[in-house]
Every structure is written in C-alpha cells, then in structure tokens.
Design a binder for this molecule. Structure first.
Ligand SMILES: Cc1ncc(COP(=O)(O)O)c(C=O)c1O
Length: 406
C-alpha cells in the first residue's frame, strides 16, 4: 500500500468542513462492492450518488481510460476535439436533440442552461427574462443554481439570490397555466423529471406533456434537468422519454462519465444556436479524458443492456421492498423508477446512513426522511435482494422507537 492509501483518518483535517462525513474511507472497489481502509466490505447502493453507472473498476472501462491517459488527457477548446464530436453525436442520437455543450458537473450544465434561457429571452427583446422553477427542486450549489433550487437550507446564508425565477409546485398544471396567463417575461421552464435531492418526486407523464404544450404555445424553452435521473437510470436513456416528449435543453452529468467528472447540455434546434463564440466556455469542459469516459460508458451500457437491467433490477427492488415493508405503518411510500428509488418514512432517518454502513451497506437519505437508492446500473437482482435484506431490519429497528416529537 502506498503512502496516501495507508494514511489513517487524522483528528485534524485540512479539508474544508463542507460535508458531514461518515468515519470511513473507501480504498478500492469491484462491481457493486467497495472496501475501506480497514478491509471492510460494503455493498454499494449509492453509486457515488448516481454517478458510478458501471460500478467500480469496470473491466472494459478501466483499460479504455488507461489507453486515453496515455494519449491525451487535456488540450483546450482552442482546437477541434474529435472525441467531443463523437460523444455529442451519440447523445443526440439517443435523445433526438441536435447539439451538445460540454462542462464538468451538474451545476455547470445547469448554469449553461440558465444562460441559454436568459439569452433566448434577450434575443426576443425581453429585458428581464424569468424562468419557472419548482418547489423542492435541486439544481446545484453555485449562486445561480442554488437560487433556482427550491430548498431554503441550500440558500441560507448566500443571499442576495439571483433574481428572475418564478417558483411553482410540481404536478399542478393550473398553477403554471396561471403563470402563462399573467407573466409575459417567462422564457423557460426548468425542472427535474424526477426530483432527486427533493425526495425522489416524479413529475407525472401528464404533467410533463402539459408543460411541453405550454412551452410550445408560449414560445418558452422546456429545460429538463436530467443530471440525476438521466443516462439510463430509469430504464430509458432519459427519464422524459417515458412521457414521449422532447425537451429543448437537457443538462446531464453524474452517470455520464461513470465517475470521471463530466457535464453536458444537450439542446434541440430552438436552443442550440442561442449561445455563440464568446458567450460561454469552460477550460476543462469536454476534455479528451472525460469524453472518452462518456463514450465508453454509453457503449458499455448499450452492449450490456443496462437500460433493461435498470428496469428489471428496479422491479426486483420494488417487489422486495413491498414484501419487507407490507403493513409497516412507518413506511409512507416507495416510489421512483428503475434504479432511482425513494422510500419515504414517517420520520427523519439520517442516522440510517451510519447504521447501514456499519452493516456493510452504502445508501443515502434525502429530504430528511427519504431513503434513496441509486446503485450502479450493473447491479444484479441478487445484489438488489441483498441490499433489501440488509436495509429492512435497520428500517424496522428505527421505526420501532417512538416517533420523535417535533
Ligand atoms: C438534479 C440535479 N441537478 C444538479 C445537480 C448538481 O450536480 P453537481 O453536484 O455535479 O454540481 C444535482 C446533484 O445532486 C442534481 O441531483
């Protein structure tokens, strides 16, 4: 073991304290299993928060990345980058859209989307463009994207927020119709097809179709944040495809690079030429290493039928969870699609993170009381059963204690 790997968790940290971390450090992985510095094994139902599409140390991704490391990691967008062309073409083929811009993360993809929404408005003569955003939404932690986010905790301490957002509840067509009738400066609607950080809350297919219609009627851009729910997680390439609609702008990140940082904004014809040279850019965005990671991730997903796997293993999860929690009053809801699953409890359940890790399971908790499972898309049905077998007793234990008073 080399020096950094052998390093123990020290009492004094020089890393800025922006996360409440569990007291364990992961060292290596294989498939859906990871091991920590103490040699303990974990089953990974978190996938680096919906990032490790192909699990860990995938036997076909690793050599492809090694090959790319030996050729060209980075070169700058001063030059043509054929791998960008290749990944953009693939994303357009899969989405039916026409052009992609590359960046490095989800919030950057969303920043680009918001800039497109504003410039789309300015180009039409709207001086103060507005974007419709949602309660419980999460779009990132830059100043603009946290302003678009519908969570007061994420915004606290960072005012003044960016202006130009109109907030509406999810799945309420009447409210957004009212906005259409009363506000002439709106240029775009911006939403997650399934809200991730907000508690795994799906937009209904009917709602998505109604929003698409309103966008067409009002010349608004439909901007679907698929940073978390996209790239095969729900069993289709993109979650909106279940509703048979197309967005004008689709930010992507997380699972696209299977762990290599990457972001993309894929646009249809109405949005694709809004930004021109000098309007937007990124030093690292679209570098050959990240592009290769994206290309290989999508290729392996296709070769190995990982969309079908996400649907199949997602169904196995839902059946097993329904079986384990039948009649358990504290389990309020089990929802989501494919391998994006939320289990809502009747109480805060953040302590499950540590208890699950102690039992050899990695999960997440979001919106305080929703257990979120977003495992690698290579997870097998057997592994899904194992996740549920590890998780269910922990949940039952937690629910056995009296409901905390507020
Ligand atoms: C829907 C959605 N959008 C944007 C983001 C921000 O992505 P990043 O953390 O890569 O900036 C996230 C992260 O959780 C997300 O779930």
């Amino acid at each position: 073991m080399n020096a950094p790997e052998a390093m123990k968790l020290s009492a004094v940290s020089h890393v800025m304290n922006t996360y409440s971390r569990l007291p364990l450090a992961l060292l290596h992985g294989s498939g859906c299993r990871v091991w920590d510095t103490e040699g303990r094994e974990y089953l990974d139902a978190l996938g680096g928060i919906a990032v490790n599409t192909l699990g860990h140390a995938h036997p076909r991704l690793v050599p492809a990345l090694q090959d790319q490391l030996g050729k060209l990691i980075h070169c700058s967008n001063y030059y043509q980058i054929p791998l960008q062309e290749q990944l953009a073409a693939k994303l357009c083929e899969l989405s039916g859209l026409s052009n992609a811009f590359f960046c490095n993360s989800g919030l950057e993809a969303n920043e680009a989307a918001l800039k497109i929404a504003r410039k789309f408005g300015h180009d039409k003569g709207i001086a103060r463009p507005e974007v419709i955003v949602y309660e419980k939404a999460f779009h990132g932690r830059s100043i603009a994207t946290l302003s678009a986010t519908g969570n007061a905790k994420v915004q606290a301490g960072f005012g003044p927020l960016v202006e130009g957002f109109v907030r509406v509840p999810l799945n309420d067509v009447a409210v957004i119709e009212e906005v259409a009738n009363t506000r002439s400066s709106v240029t775009a609607v911006f939403l997650e097809v399934i809200q991730g950080e907000g508690g795994v809350n799906p937009a209904t297919a009917d709602y998505l179709r109604a929003v698409r219609r309103l966008c067409d009627e009002n010349d608004w851009l439909l901007m679907l944040d698929e940073v978390q729910c996209g790239i095969g997680r729900t069993g289709r390439w993109f979650a909106h495809q279940w509703a048979d609609i197309q967005p004008d702008v689709m930010p992507l990140a997380k699972g696209l690079g299977s762990g290599v940082p990457i972001g993309a904004v894929v646009c249809g014809p109405r949005a694709a030429s809004v930004l021109g040279p000098g309007n937007h850019g990124s030093t690292f965005g679209g570098n050959p290493l990240a592009m290769r990671a994206g290309i290989e991730t999508l290729r392996i997903m296709e070769e190995d039928g990982l969309l079908q796997n996400a649907s199949h293993v997602g169904a196995v999860f839902r059946t097993a969870l329904a079986r384990e929690f039948a009649g358990v009053a504290g389990v309020r809801d089990i929802r989501g699609q494919g391998l994006m699953i939320g289990i809502e409890l009747d109480r805060p359940c953040g302590e499950l993170l540590g208890r699950a890790a102690a039992a050899g399971l990695l999960i997440s908790v979001t919106a305080e009381r929703v257990i979120r499972l977003v495992p690698p898309l290579i997870m097998t049905a057997d592994e899904a059963e194992q996740v549920v077998a590890l998780l269910a007793p922990l949940v039952r234990d937690l629910l056995a204690s009296p409901l905390p008073t507020a």
